[in-house]
Ligand binder design. Structure first.
Ligand SMILES: [Fe+2]
Length: 270
């Protein structure tokens, strides 16, 4: 099964520049690229920071742009977002019984569990006791199925210290790790927030994240007092979920390049 992972669109209200750039054209190009190259994908998941400052007009612009996408999509909330505004505009943006934007999507490859790690007033991630209760129930309900987790914040430090100061609360991270590890069937964790391509494993769970569609984070493993940003190429990930493996292909869809043939793969002279 193929899915698309996109993140951190950071849309503004009409004509609002985000760090001196209009974020909409890069999202529109992503949608065009997905429609032409990956219309066979089962869905796209956007892992948060949909709007830069939670402005209602930004979500209207997002809604309008996504109406051109030919595959279904699902939204995760990020620290720049407004839960109430999104839920009024997007019927699929479901709130759980405690009012958090969490839900399960059942697929042919297992359960996709979308988590809400947002707390108003802070850019850092929080996973409160009600959310843990909800997640425990879902992991129990889907205990015999593969599970794929989607969230905005990384639930662990990545080695980029300025961003790690606003990753998931460190105590909540340990608790979440214990819970996911004990399920034993969490195949992959997808997140956003870092605006950088990072992949690896945490507590035995494979993970990946990627650049946003507007601005990116610099690979800075030293500085902790300021978050450095830049305009590297936007990406989306083409994710192939197989029974025995998960493949994450990073696509710099705005990169302009010529292609050339290397020859036949079976040609010994290649
Ligand atoms: Fe972001």
């Amino acid at each position: 099964m193929k899915i698309i992972h996109l993140t951190d669109t950071h849309l503004g209200y009409h004509d609002q520049k985000i760090y001196n750039r209009d974020p909409l054209p890069a999202l529109e190009k992503a949608i065009k690229s997905i429609n032409s190259e990956h219309s066979d994908a089962a869905m796209m998941v956007i892992t948060g920071d949909l709007a830069h400052s939670g402005h209602p007009d930004a979500y209207q612009i997002l809604h309008s742009a996504l109406s051109k996408l030919t595959i279904p999509y699902h939204l995760v909330i990020g620290n720049h977002d407004d839960r109430a505004v999104i839920s009024t505009l997007f019927p699929d943006f479901k709130l759980d019984e405690y009012g958090f934007a969490q839900k399960v999507i059942e697929t042919e490859k297992g359960a996709f569990i979308l988590l809400d790690s947002v707390e108003p007033g802070t850019h850092a991630g929080v996973y409160s006791s009600e959310r843990f209760e909800w997640l425990q129930n879902k992991l129990t309900q889907y205990k015999k199925k593969p599970v794929y987790i989607f969230m905005h914040h990384a639930p662990f430090d990545t080695g980029i210290p300025a961003m790690d100061l606003i990753s998931l609360d460190k105590q909540h991270s340990i608790k979440l790790g214990d819970m996911l590890e004990s399920h034993g069937q969490v195949k992959h964790l997808f997140f956003g927030h870092y605006h950088r391509p990072i992949a690896g494993q945490w507590r035995g769970i494979a993970f990946s994240t990627l650049r946003g569609t507007n601005h990116q984070g610099v690979l800075d493993l030293y500085q902790s007092d300021v978050i450095s940003a830049c305009f590297e190429e936007p990406q989306y990930c083409v994710v192939l979920l197989e029974d025995d493996r998960t493949l994450v292909h990073y696509h710099d869809y705005m990169h302009v390049h010529d292609t050339f043939d290397l020859g036949s793969p079976t040609d010994a002279e290649m």
